[in-house]
Design a protein around this ligand. Structure first.
Ligand code: GDP
Ligand code: ZN
Length: 301
């Protein structure tokens, strides 16, 4: 059997990418469908290649291989369903449109909640002067996630971004116009999804609800084609859990005077004592803003 990753699923057929970077079209064995754990994009599977096959057939045949086994998932995102996503890349542009640090924190809270790594990519560096960039960098210092300054236009930082994506399955998120597609295209021309990649035969399948797709990167790793989380509310989050989703707070967990300190107005709060030093002022403001949002929501129910 060969191991591979499902990069596309439609109408009961799966495109499976192997380590040799070949794509096989497969169906799933009956028991895999029944097992209440229907296969999804991102799943790592073991499959039997077609008998007497001379290798993968570039999407010519619909039933090249049979998926026999699902390798247990590390993680699973919903809507769209994608298994084994490793990280979230938050893409913001430094100008046009301007950055929104609160949105960045919001996305990172969601990444933490889903157990994903996160990185912040600041694009369109070509549009800001060095002074302004220094100012922004000091505002974001310290920051609990890796920051990559880049420009899809002039190529700055693309090596670092490529390194950050290598070997991982990444979801891109960020405001429209920040440069997500431009960055992907600059990293690997031709990568961005063109509709119609699902073969005609598959399209004629009965159930053609399209799922997210994985775009394999030549340098290893992949990107999920539906960029970003679809819901931006801090859905089903309890206020008391929010602090655990700010990794820079972790060093102070249990250090505050009150055991159930929410780090808002309580006296001798370790988080607030480190504001402006180990704890970034902006990040703390986002925390208290989200706390407020979550508490208000709780009152409604
Ligand atoms: P998306 O909505 O996040 O996918 O953003 P796009 O990739 O479509 O980019 C939005 C606009 O920003 C386009 O007009 C791009 O040409 C432009 N753009 C993207 N990256 C850069 C960059 O690094 N510098 C500059 N000056 N413009 C960029
Ligand atoms: Zn506290």
């Amino acid at each position: 059997m060969i191991q591979g990753t499902i990069i596309r699923a439609a109408g009961g057929f799966f495109s499976v990418l192997t380590e040799a970077r070949e794509i096989y079209q497969c169906r799933a064995r009956g028991n895999l469908k029944r097992d209440n754990q229907s296969l999804m994009v991102g799943d790592r599977v073991l499959f039997v290649p077609p008998l007497g096959s001379a290798g993968p057939t570039a999407e010519k045949d619909i039933d090249d291989g049979i998926i026999e086994e699902l390798i247990p998932r590390n993680s699973c995102l919903n809507r769209p369903n994608v298994a084994n996503v490793d990280q979230l890349a938050v893409i913001m542009s430094l100008k046009q449109p301007s950055y929104d640090w609160q949105l960045a924190s919001r996305l990172m809270v969601m990444a933490e909640k889903e157990g994903l790594e996160a990185l912040l990519c600041l694009n369109k560096a070509d549009l800001v002067e060095d002074d302004e960039l220094n100012e922004i960098e000091s505002q974001l210092n310290p920051f609990p996630y890796r920051i990559i300054i880049c420009s899809a236009l002039c190529g700055r930082g693309l090596d670092s971004l490529a390194k950050g994506l290598t070997g991982k399955c990444t979801v891109f998120a960020g405001p429209s116009g920040a440069g997500k597609s431009s960055l992907l295209n600059a990293l690997q021309p031709g990568l961005t999804l063109k509709t119609g990649t699902v073969s005609d035969k598959i399209k004629r399948g009965r159930h053609t609800t399209r799922q997210a797709e994985l775009l394999p990167l030549d340098f290893g790793g992949s990107v999920v084609d539906t960029p970003g989380f679809t819901r931006l509310e801090l859905a089903d989050l309890k206020p008391e859990d929010l602090a655990t989703l700010f990794p820079e707070f972790e060093a102070y967990s249990g250090v505050c005077a009150y055991r159930d300190c929410r780090h808002l107005t309580e006296p001798r709060c370790a988080i607030r004592q480190h504001l402006g030093n180990q704890i970034n002022q902006l990040r703390y403001e986002h925390y208290s803003y989200f706390m407020d949002e979550l508490s208000k929501r709780q009152e409604v129910y």
